[in-house]
Design a protein around this ligand. Structure first.
Ligand code: ZN
Ligand code: ZN
Ligand code: FE
Length: 760
C-alpha cells in the first residue's frame, strides 16, 4: 500500500467538483479525502500508482460539465490511517487563487425539483452544485456562502440538511435556497406590491400578453421584457430605451419554437442549449415584430437560463420575449433595486424585483458561429471570469482596454482574466462601473499590478486611467518599499492582432490583418485598414488602405453619406456631383460644392485608412444606409444584402501609398448606373475586401516567407467576409487564425495589450 496526493487546478470550485470526486472514489472503493484550497482541489488517495493514474483519467473523462481542468498532477505522499473517503473542510494554502466559476444556466434536475420538491414548487431561485449564479454573487474568495450576496439569507433546516449531505446534489451548493429561506421576487405595479410567486406569475404573464413592458431583475442585472411579436410594445420599448433601430435580442420559449423563426445548425444548437446560455446570432427564417430587427437578416436569440424564465414561459402562450438590458443606450446595465425604482418605474408598466444583491454586473453574452467555430461578440455572463491560459507569465499586468465596448484584463501567473463587457467609457456611469470593476477583479484574484497597459490614444478614458493609476500607485510606495508601476502603451491594431495570437498561442511573426472602424495611428492619422507583420513585441505596418479624408471628422462616423462623398471625390474629382446617383439627390448642388471644397482643402477632415468607413461609404453609395443610428449599422445592412451565389469582385490598386480603392468605386458607380442590383454590388464589394487580403498576404509571403495569417478587428464580425476570406486564404495554403475566445472587436483589445506588455 502507498499513498498519493492529486492536485487539480482550473475551474474546480462551485461546480460540484468535490461531491463528484467523492462519488467517484466510493465507486472505486478508494480510501482518502478531498479538500478545496485557494489554488484548486487536492485529493489524497491511499492506493498504488496505477490506480491513481486511472483515477485521474476518470476525473478528466467524467468531470462536471461546467468545470475546466487546467492541470492535474500527483505525487507520493505519507500514508494515513483512514476509514473510507471523506470531504474535509476548506483551508487556505497560499495567495494563489483558484478560478471563479462563471454563472451557470439552470440545470434540468433543478427544473424538475421546481415541479416536484414541496419546498421548491415554483421557486424561481432553485439551484444546485451544477447550476445557478456564481460570479454575479461573489464578493470575495474562497468561494463560500459568507462571501457571496447569499450571506443575507439563513438556510432553513431542509436546505441546511441538503447542504451537508454528501449524497445530495446540493452538497456545498453555496447559493442553496428554497421557498422558505431564500431570496424572493416582489412585483410592483401602480403602487401595488405583490409577493406570492404564483400570483406574481399570473400578473406578469397577463401583462406580457397584453403588450406590457416589464422590468425584471435577473442574474447580472435588469432586463426590460415584452412580447417580441407585438409591434406596438416593441416600438414603445424603442422609445423608452431611446434606441432607434439597433436590433433587440429575444428569448424564445424553447428550441423547437426558435426553429420556426431562425435557422439553427448543430453547433448553434450546442451553444444555445449549453450551460453558458449566450445570445446566439442566427439567420432569421420568419420575422416577429417588424421593428425588432429592421433591415438585417439575423436575429439574436437565446433560451431561458433562469428558473424564473421557465416559469414565465410556462404561463405564456408566446413564442418569444424581447429581453434587452434595462438601461438607456450607452449607460451600463442597471443592477440595484433603488436605481431600478428610480429609473424604470415610470417607464415600465411593472417592476419585478428580487432581494438578492448583484455583486458583479454581467450582461448577456453574444456569440456568432463563423467559419464553423464560435466567435464571441460580447463576452460576459457564462464566460467571465474564466481565465485564458497563456504559455508565458503575465502576472501583475493590468490592461485597461479600448474606449468603446471596453473590457479590461488582469494577469495572474500565466493566465489572462478578461473582465465582463463594460461598455462605452465616455459615459460617466459606465466609467464609474469600470473603475469599480477593476478594483473588484484585482481584489478577487489578489493581483497587485506592477504594470498597467493602455491604448496609444492619448485621450481614451482607459489611457488616462492607466496614466493616473501608474502615477498614484508609484508615488504611494506601499509599505515603504519602492513600488514602481510602469505604464506601457500598445498601438490599437497591434493589440488586435496580438489578442488573436494569444488565443492561439502564437509567438512567431505572423501576417496580421486588422480591419476595424478606428484606432489611433502613431502618424497622427486614424488607422483601421491595416496589414501588419507582427509578433508579440513589435509590428511593422506593411501596407494599409489609402488614406481618405473624413469630411466633418466624427460626424462622418454617424453619417456614412459623408464617406461616400469622400470616396466619390477621390474617384471622380469634383465632377462626381453631376453623377445621376440616388444618394446624391438628397443633397443640393450647393451642399455638394461645399463638401467638395471641404474635402479638397481638408477642412475638418482628418485622414483615415478605416475599413469601417469604406463599408459605410458603400452602404451609403447604394442608398442602403446613409445615417448610422448605431455603431456598425451601415456595415450590418450591407452584409445583410449579400447573395452568396453572386460571383466577381472589383479592381483595386497597390501603390506605395497603400491599397487604392478608387478603381473599385468607379466600377461600383458604373454598375449602379447600369441598373445592377444592390445585392450584387454589395456581394462583389465583400469579395473585393477578401481579394485584397489574400493578395497582400501573398505579397508578404513572397517577400518575407510568413505563412500564418491572423484576422482581427471589428470588421471580422462580418460572417460572410470572415468566411470568404478564411476560405480563400486556405485555398492559397495559408494557415488562418481568427478569434474564438475573445471578441474580434475592441472588447478583445485588452488581451492583446497584456501579452504585448508581457513580452516587452
Ligand atoms: Zn441545478
Ligand atoms: Zn430552505
Ligand atoms: Fe478596433
Amino acid at each position: 500500500m502507498s499513498a498519493y496526493k492529486i492536485h487539480i487546478k482550473g475551474l474546480v470550485q462551485g461546480v460540484g467538483f468535490r461531491p463528484f470526486v467523492y462519488r467517484l472514489a466510493r465507486q472505486n472503493d478508494l480510501k482518502g479525502w478531498v479538500v478545496n484550497r485557494n489554488d484548486g482541489v487536492v485529493i489524497k488517495l491511499m492506493t498504488g500508482e496505477q490506480e491513481v493514474s486511472d483515477f485521474a483519467g476518470q476525473i478528466r473523462r467524467y468531470a462536471p460539465a461546467a468545470s475546466r481542468i487546467r492541470l492535474i498532477d500527483w505525487q507520493m505522499s505519507e500514508e494515513e490511517e483512514l476509514d473510507g473517503f471523506h470531504i474535509i473542510t476548506s483551508r487556505n494554502a497560499s495567495q494563489d487563487a483558484t478560478d471563479i466559476s462563471p454563472d451557470i444556466a439552470v440545470c434540468p434536475h433543478c427544473l424538475e425539483d421546481m415541479r416536484r420538491q414541496p419546498h421548491r414548487i415554483n421557486y424561481p431561485f432553485v439551484n444546485c452544485t451544477h447550476c445557478g449564479p456564481r460570479f454575479s454573487i461573489i464578493k470575495g474568495l474562497p468561494y463560500d456562502r459568507a462571501r457571496t450576496t447569499m450571506s443575507d439569507f439563513t438556510m432553513c433546516s431542509i436546505c441546511h440538511e441538503e447542504y451537508h449531505d454528501v449524497n445530495d446534489r446540493r452538497f456545498h451548493a453555496q447559493p442553496v435556497a428554497c421557498n422558505h429561506c431564500g431570496p424572493h421576487y416582489e412585483y410592483y405595479q401602480q403602487g401595488r406590491v405583490m409577493h406570492d410567486i404564483n400570483r406574481v406569475l399570473t400578473q406578469v404573464t397577463h401583462g406580457l400578453g397584453k403588450g406590457w413592458i416589464i422590468a425584471v431583475k435577473g442574474i447580472g442585472g435588469f432586463h426590460l421584457m415584452c412580447d417580441a411579436s407585438n409591434e406596438k410594445a416593441v416600438a414603445r420599448l424603442r422609445r423608452i430605451k431611446r434606441r432607434e433601430t439597433r436590433p433587440f435580442a429575444c428569448m424564445f420559449s424553447d428550441l423547437e419554437t426558435l426553429r420556426q423563426y431562425a435557422h439553427v445548425n448543430q453547433l448553434e444548437e450546442q451553444h444555445l442549449t449549453g450551460w453558458r446560455r449566450p445570445i446566439v446570432l442566427l439567420e432569421q427564417k420568419q420575422a416577429l415584430a417588424p421593428s425588432l430587427n429592421l433591415q438585417v437578416n439575423t436575429i439574436g436569440a437565446m433560451l431561458p437560463y433562469m428558473p424564473l424564465h421557465e416559469l414565465i414561459f410556462a404561463g405564456l402562450n408566446l413564442p418569444a420575449l424581447v429581453m434587452t438590458s434595462a438601461n438607456l443606450s450607452n449607460e451600463p446595465l442597471i443592477a440595484d433595486n433603488q436605481t431600478a425604482h428610480h429609473k424604470l418605474s415610470r417607464q415600465a408598466d411593472a417592476l419585478l424585483l428580487h432581494n438578492r444583491a448583484i455583486a458583479n454586473r454581467v450582461d448577456d453574452s453574444v456569440v456568432r458561429i463563423i467559419d464553423g467555430q464560435i466567435q464571441p461578440l460580447r463576452r460576459s455572463r457564462g464566460y467571465v471570469p474564466e481565465p485564458l491560459p497563456l504559455n508565458f507569465t503575465v502576472n501583475g499586468i493590468l490592461a485597461t482596454g479600448a474606449e468603446l465596448k471596453n473590457c479590461f484584463c488582469i494577469g495572474k501567473g500565466d493566465q489572462a482574466i478578461m473582465s465582463q463587457h463594460i461598455g462605452d467609457l465616455k459615459n460617466y456611469e459606465t466609467y464609474d462601473f469600470y473603475t469599480h470593476a477593476v478594483d473588484r477583479l484585482l481584489s478577487l484574484f489578489r493581483v497587485t499590478p506592477h504594470c498597467v497597459v493602455s491604448d496609444l490614444h492619448p485621450d481614451y478614458f482607459s489611457t488616462r486611467y492607466a496614466r493616473n493609476y501608474a502615477k498614484q500607485k508609484t508615488r504611494m510606495g506601499e509599505a515603504g518599499d519602492n513600488h514602481q508601476v510602469q505604464h506601457i502603451q500598445v498601438q490599437h491594431h497591434h493589440a488586435h492582432i496580438a489578442s488573436c495570437m494569444a488565443e492561439h498561442h502564437l509567438r512567431e511573426t505572423v501576417i496580421g490583418v486588422a480591419l476595424d472602424g478606428t484606432g489611433f495611428g502613431p502618424d497622427g492619422h486614424i488607422w483601421g485598414g491595416e496589414f501588419l507583420t507582427a509578433n508579440l513585441t513589435s509590428f511593422h505596418r506593411y501596407t494599409h488602405l489609402t488614406y481618405v479624408p473624413m469630411p466633418g471628422g466624427d460626424k462622418a462616423v454617424h453619417q456614412p453619406w459623408r464617406m461616400a462623398l469622400s470616396y466619390l471625390y477621390q474617384s471622380f474629382g469634383p465632377e462626381f456631383s453631376s453623377l445621376p446617383l440616388d444618394m446624391l439627390s438628397h443633397h443640393s448642388r450647393e451642399d455638394l460644392r461645399l463638401m467638395s471644397s471641404m474635402i479638397r482643402k481638408r477642412i475638418n477632415s482628418p485622414l483615415t485608412s478605416s475599413t469601417g468607413r469604406v463599408f459605410d461609404a458603400v452602404s451609403a453609395l447604394l442608398n442602403v444606409c446613409t445615417h448610422n443610428r448605431f455603431e456598425g449599422e451601415a456595415a450590418m445592412r450591407l452584409e445583410a444584402l449579400v447573395d452568396p451565389h453572386t460571383e466577381g469582385h472589383y479592381s483595386f490598386g497597390q501603390t506605395p501609398e497603400g491599397i487604392d480603392l478608387t478603381p473599385a468605386f468607379r466600377e461600383m458607380v458604373t454598375e449602379l448606373l447600369n441598373g445592377h442590383e444592390s445585392s450584387l454590388i454589395a456581394t462583389r464589394f465583400h469579395h473585393t475586401i477578401a481579394r485584397i487580403i489574400t493578395s497582400v498576404a501573398e505579397k508578404i509571403r513572397q517577400e518575407a516567407g510568413y505563412n500564418k495569417v491572423v484576422l482581427s478587428g471589428g470588421t471580422f464580425q462580418n460572417k460572410y467576409l470572415s468566411e470568404t476570406t478564411a476560405q480563400w486564404l486556405r485555398n492559397h495554403q495559408f494557415e488562418v487564425y481568427a478569434h474564438r475566445r475573445v471578441p474580434a472587436n475592441d472588447g478583445g483589445i485588452a488581451l492583446g495589450q497584456m501579452v504585448v506588455a508581457a513580452n516587452k
